[in-house]
Structures are given as C-alpha cells and as structure tokens.
Design a protein around this ligand. Structure first.
Ligand code: DGL
Length: 276
C-alpha cells in the first residue's frame, strides 16, 4: 500500500463508535470542540444494548466495528460507548495500530479533579458499573476517594423515547439517585453512559446544585484534542456536515431522526453497514 505523508494522515477522519445512537453525545462534543476534524460514526443499532452483554461479546463486536472503521481509513478511534470503553478498550488497543481512546478515563480524571469531599457517584449500564473501571481510574489519581456505583438501565430507554423531562423519568431519577445524595453524601456524579448527558439538566434540577455533574462525552472530546495534538495528527482544514459519515447496522431512518435532534443538524445520508 502506498505510504501516506503526514499531511495526508492529518486529513483522515476520526472513527467514533457506539452501540447505537447514544454516542452522538460524544460526536456532538467533538463537533463543538474540534471543528477541524471529520468523523466517521458507527452506531451498532442492530445489536444495541451493549449494557447487559458479556465482556466476550462486547470485545467481539468492538473489534468488528474497529476493523470496519480502519477499512474506511480512520487516523484514530474514539470508543464513545461507556460499556465498550469499560470492557473492550485494552483489547482494542492491543489489536489495532491507530490511537484509540475511550470515555472512561477522561470522565474519571475530571471527577477526581472535581470532588472536594472525595465521595463520587458513578451511574451507567450494568456492564460499566460491574467492570469497576471508573473506580480503578479515579483511585489511581486519588486513592483517598470513595466511589459509589449505580446502574440506571431504564434511563437509556427513557431518553430514546424522548421522555426527558417526564414524570416517569423524574421518578426514576429519585429512585436511582436519592440514596447517593442522602446516604453516601456524594459531591460529584459521573454521567457514565452515552445517553445520560441528555438528562443532565433534569438530573441537575432534581438532585440539586450541591453535586457536580461530570460529562465524560465532553471530557473525551478534550482528551481527543490533546491526543491528536500530541501525535501531530490534528487537521487544520474545516469541514461541512456533509463531510462527516454516519453508518448504522439497522434502522438508518430512525437513527437520522434521533441524530438530527441530538446534533441539531439535519443528517441526511446515514448508510447501512451489516457486520458479520
Ligand atoms: N452506549 C451504551 C453506554 O454508554 C448505552 C446503551 C447500551 O446499553 O448499549 O454504555
């Protein structure tokens, strides 16, 4: 294969993947913070959710998607899915030769920096919480911290149903989170699932402003920026929306509707890609 010079490599897109639509919260932060980067997004909508699947399955799916993104010529890969970041990131890093980052470490770093009383809550899928990876990264930086994990599986469906400021969602926020506020005395809460940043305003209103909310999607866009700069991979030409590509493994039209609301942009040309 013909070698690309470093300028060509800088012009290549960044691959971003998730189990489905949720990773668009990460794409949104990349668009805001790295306007010169073109992305190729893959949402595994045929196989979502990842949150209740085994590590072996998540590793297999993640490797398939990473290989597809590599076949599209990406210069780096962002694992936007918290569950895949928690269960498959090390295996991906070992098996592919472009830089790969996940959302867990940037989120953990921000929480360790934000907490004053050292008591941090983490919410996410079953897979993310039982992996213990957020705790592991936080304790590497702040061994004094206590971390309290809570799976909140229903939040994913509520967000996908558009039930953001809805009485059912508000009931679930209190059911999942009140004990962290009242008994565990957390002062920082990591929104450790792709969908949860879309509930940020409602969660903040319901649990009060004594708790700092950490958005790993935002932190990951910053980490990507630092990584690309460090590796001399940053692009310096700007892009239009039509330069970005979106692929899903099922239901392109439904994806486009959700994407258009999350990104506040009209995504027209999502392509179907079935992975085997
Ligand atoms: N994208 C997943 C995550 O961030 C949430 C949805 C799912 O369970 O696949 O963990």
């Amino acid at each position: 294969m013909e070698m690309k010079n470093s300028e060509d490599i800088r012009n290549l897109p960044v691959g971003v993947f998730d189990s489905g639509v949720g990773g668009l919260t990460v794409a949104r932060e990349i668009f805001r913070n790295l306007p010169n980067e073109k992305i190729i997004y893959f949402g595994d909508t045929a196989r979502v959710p990842y949150g209740n699947k085994t590590k072996e399955t998540i590793i297999r799916y993640s490797k398939q998607i990473a290989n597809f993104l590599l076949s599209q010529g990406v210069k780096a890969i962002v694992v936007a899915c918290n569950t895949a970041s928690a269960l498959a990131l090390n295996e991906l890093k070992d098996s592919i030769d472009v830089p790969v980052i996940g959302v867990v470490e940037p989120g953990a770093r921000a929480a360790a920096a934000a907490t004053k009383n050292g008591r941090i809550g983490v919410i996410g899928t079953e897979g993310t919480i039982s992996s213990g990876l957020y705790s592991e990264f936080i304790r590497k930086i702040r061994p004094d911290c206590q971390i309290f994990g809570q799976p909140c599986p229903l939040f994913v469906s509520l967000v996908e149903e558009g039930m953001i400021d809805d009485e059912v969602t508000i009931t679930m926020i209190h059911r999942y989170l009140d004990h962290m506020i009242e008994n565990d005395d957390i002062d920082t809460l990591i929104l450790g699932c792709t969908h949860y940043p879309l509930l940020r305003t409602v969660i903040a209103r319901e649990i009060g402003d004594a708790v700092t909310l950490v958005n790993p999607a935002y932190e990951t866009a910053n980490a990507l920026k630092a990584l690309l700069e460090h590796k001399d991979l940053s692009n310096d030409t700007s892009f239009d929306l039509s330069d970005h590509s979106f692929f899903v493994s099922d239901g392109a039209l439904k994806f486009q509707q959700f994407a258009s609301s999350v990104l506040e942009l009209d995504i027209q040309n999502t392509k179907l890609k079935i992975l085997e």
